[in-house]
Design a protein around this ligand. Sequence first.
Ligand code: GDP
Length: 315
Amino acid sequence: MTRVFVAGGDTLVGRALIDLLREQSAELVGVADGPDVTDAAATEAFFAVARPDVVFHCAGLSGGIGLNRAKPVELMRDNLLGTLSVLEAAKRFGVRKLVYLASSCVYPKHAPQPMRVESLGTGPMEPTSEAYSTAKFAGWKLCEAYRREYGCRFVTAFPANGFGPHDDFSSDGGHVIPALMRRAHDAKLRGDAELVVWGSGAPRREFVYSGDLARACVFVAEHYDAEAPINLGGGTDLSIAEVARQVAEVVGFRGRLRFDATKPDGAPLKALEAAPLLAMGWRPATAFRAALDETYNWFLRHRAKEGIANARPAL
Ligand code: GDP
């Protein structure tokens, strides 16, 4: 049977991968007793005993603009160290297939939309997350180098914006969906008349449910083996205003939306070109609305009680 190791099992996609692989009755190694992958010796010792056949490398600290500004050193070191030790151990212990999850912020800031893998490395990256993205860029190039020099079957995947259970649901630090879900939920409990949405509401983003990203990773492990990276996209492309409307509906917030123009819009559109993945036959399985429902149900079970400052009890 195939032994599978998810490095970074505590990340959004890592968690979804572990859930999916459990459903598929895969033989998982290192779920509760995995190494700190920034420690090369511990990682090597783990691989020597656990002997995984397939590795999904999603490990590495990540965060929103706040963390990128405050902790570029920690973000870059954590990602570089983890990647150095996981890839080297995978080579040494003959891992059959490794899927490395890079990040869409490696794309040039002004790449044409939707972003095609051909644009990677053709221009400067977004400066606020440059330390983190440079580490991710290095991981992609290191996969390529192992493939060329040692014939390792390491592939790099660029995931679209994911959302789902286990996300960061803090109002200020989280990405748009979990942050709006938290604020809409608290606003409903307080009986607020309005929900503040950052920016104009006009920017468009592509969203993929984390369960679908996990399915795409497994699909890539099974069906894709080339030096060129592959985008994991094909999700739903929506304006932020539409996202906010749907989040409010799912949460049951009945007030109005107020767009706060003092907050930044960011890029007008961000989406990944997923044609190569779709041409191989992969499709996302979860409709956007159903994914929002699942995410909110998870939030209610696990996160709703945190941080409802000034909340009035729900009637
Ligand atoms: P980006 O894709 O890197 O810009 O990441 P975000 O997920 O942080 O933001 C996406 C878009 O959602 C931007 O246009 C934000 O202005 C907008 N937005 C609206 N409300 C919120 C919010 O509460 N939190 C965040 N993070 N973004 C929001």
